[in-house]
Design a protein around this ligand. Structure first.
Ligand SMILES: NC(=O)c1ccc[n+]([C@@H]2O[C@H](COP(=O)([O-])OP(=O)(O)OC[C@H]3O[C@@H](n4cnc5c(N)ncnc54)[C@H](OP(=O)(O)O)[C@@H]3O)[C@@H](O)[C@H]2O)c1
Length: 271
């Protein structure tokens, strides 16, 4: 490798070096969140991970520590509860002294057609997929505004861009997260805080792979209209999150980046 290539590789490594930084990731005992936490730790960060059930969370924290040699703190908490957020922030600050990055990842599908939708199901979908991110931003915001620094990455979904039939609470919540991102970015940009959003498409989590194995999905059919013709990996989502939290994205805020294999577009082909 010539000297210039080596220099530019060093610059890339420096921009993605999170040594000395603290990253808080919600919904990180499993799926995309667990991989986001591991990828930040691989890039040098100390990580705090949050989910409701402590046992799988502790196991995930141990796996991240073993794989990366970095510090990883497991904090059980429900992101739909503002009081839990206060506790999670306090525990992270007590352990690490600061927070540099918040990844609001916890979320999940809440299925119901409009016809069968009840206020309780609507509230559940909104609580997990919109309120939780707002509570997280409010709770970490005091710390970020005091320091005049910080990066937030919210995890939305392509369901929040295109909508998904039968998932109206989820789609509306995930669309709300994108607007939450824009307004938070506008209000806190002058205070050194960047807020961005990643909208994954179909992503191969353990949960999805089990569903495929029991025949709940036909992946070839489901991905037929995506330009890249496959589902994404958790790592591909995590790399977008890492980029948006990094110094390489220092002039990017208020944006939603779709990591979805490309937009499905109808039309004519040449062959
Ligand atoms: N997988 C996909 O194809 C896909 C596509 C688009 C968008 N997304 C989005 O990506 C994010 C991660 O999805 P995923 O599929 O990786 O999820 P997942 O595999 O179902 O994992 C969910 C994680 O969140 C935690 N969690 C759930 N409810 C919580 C709550 N109220 N408070 C705290 N933690 C909670 C779970 O642990 P506990 O149950 O112990 O709390 C678990 O650690 C979500 O926001 C999802 O909407 C996923």
């Amino acid at each position: 490798m010539d000297k210039r290539a080596r220099l530019s590789e060093d610059a890339v490594m420096a921009a993605f070096d999170f040594s000395g930084k603290v990253v808080l990731v919600t919904g990180a005992s499993d799926g995309i969140g667990a991989v986001i936490a591991r990828v930040f730790a691989e890039h040098g960060a100390a990580v705090a991970i949050v989910a409701r059930r402590l046992e799988p969370l502790e196991a995930q924290a141990a796996a991240i520590r073993d794989a990366t040699g970095r510090r990883c703190l497991a904090i059980s908490g429900d992101v739909t509860d503002p009081l839990d957020w206060e506790r999670v922030i306090a525990a992270t600050l007590a352990e690490f002294g600061a927070i540099d990055v918040l990844v609001n990842n916890a979320g999940g599908s809440v299925r119901s057609s409009l016809r069968k939708l009840t206020p309780a199901v609507w509230q559940r979908g909104r609580a997990l997929n919109l309120d939780a991110a707002a509570y997280g931003i409010m709770a970490v915001g005091r710390h970020f505004l005091e320091r005049q620094a910080g990066a937030i990455v919210n995890i939305s979904s392509v369901a929040g861009i295109n909508g998904t039939m039968g998932e109206v609470p989820y789609s509306a919540g995930k669309a709300g997260v994108q607007m939450l991102t824009r307004v938070a970015a506008a209000e806190w940009g002058p205070h050194g805080v960047r807020v961005n959003c990643v909208a994954p498409g179909m992503t191969a989590t353990g949960r999805m792979q089990k569903a495929v194995a029991r025949g709940a999905y036909d992946l070839a059919e489901a991905t037929r209209r995506f330009p890249l013709r496959r589902v994404g990996t958790c790592e591909e989502v995590a790399h977008a999150v890492l980029f948006l939290a990094s110094d390489y994205a220092s002039y990017i805020t208020g944006q939603t980046l779709a990591v979805d294999g490309g937009p499905p577009i109808a039309g004519f082909t040449e062959d």
